[in-house]
Design a protein around this ligand. Sequence first.
Ligand code: NAD
Ligand code: TYD
Length: 333
Amino acid sequence: MKLLITGGAGFIGSNFIRYLLKKYKNYKIFNLDKLTYCGNLDNLIDVEKNPRYKFFKGDIADKKIVEKLVKNVDVIINFAAESHVDRSILEPDSFIKTDIFGTFTLLEAAKKFKIKKFIQISTDEVYGSRKIGYFKETDPLNPSSPYSASKAGADLLTLAYFKTYNLPVLITRSTNNYGPYQYPEKIIPLFITNLLEGKKVPLYGRGLNKRDWLYVLDNCRAIDLILHKGKIGEIYNIASGYELTNLELTKIILKELNKDESWIEFVKDRPGHDFRYALDCSKIKKLGWRPIYQFKKAIKETIDWYKKNQWWWKKLKSGKFLEYYKRQYEKKE
Ligand code: NAD
Ligand code: TYD
């Protein structure tokens, strides 16, 4: 099988490429990535010389490079996105361009070259927030941030290409991932690396918002199953079922790094902050998937990875990152 993975130099995409190359010895992978601030070829150093893997620097909204690659593959898996809610609040433009127009460009090429499968990697955030209960795949979309609205737009467009043009699409919607190679702006890597640098951790509001935490390799296993056994035209929710408030999560990280609660800085809340995301995963469970990574063990391993790989994140937390971070704090004061 020949696959085009877009956004493969990001967190989940790079973990997925490594997972696929190891598991399937006859699959060939093209990775198309624009290398935005969070795209990082360091994430794939160990596979860059693999003869079954090839990297292309480019934008998913650029029809020329997209067509050149799509005409030579069987499957497209679209991970490429602007993915950080806080950045979408500060600067939504690139979210519309990449998440919506970029996905549209890929769908058009997929239609033109009669691709066998198009998998859109979406998010639980498209459903919006709920205090109790779990969202099913059939629930209406109710996004809150420019990020989740742009992802919802991409989902609807993807489904329209199935209904209108019979394009063989599938959509995955997962909860918050964690693990190695996550850009240190998301809560888990930000808090771990801040503490390793001797900095406090900025907790929004009172830290009572809840998230479901999915280890990235459990997500890779789910996407793999959907790629091979998923039903065309369907959406699949993916979650661990392991929910924590942000304060509970922060306390776990502090404890692992031998720090007390004085290292927490309670800061102004994120505007439009979704209280909770939670998914009903009975559909993917029927297909044969279950999460296998236990949070308590996987978070320890994740913290250990960031401890051992300071070369990876230290260079990311300078330059443009600091500029962005300064703006974040301006917003909070
Ligand atoms: P990430 O921000 O780490 O990586 C995104 C990648 O896309 C980067 O390598 C970036 O360079 C690339 N990219 C951005 N714009 C591009 C463009 N126009 N053309 C080509 N490449 C471009 O994101 P991630 O956390 O790995 O998330 C991957 C996907 O999974 C996203 O679609 C996101 O919405 C979705 N998702 C993420 C999570 C999570 O917890 N991280 C949860 C649910 C869904
Ligand atoms: P984040 O990792 O940005 O993922 P998402 O917003 O996509 O769920 O944030 C996870 C939760 O942590 C969210 O409720 C916001 C909160 N948070 C903080 O309290 N402080 C921070 O510095 C960040 C980045 C997030």
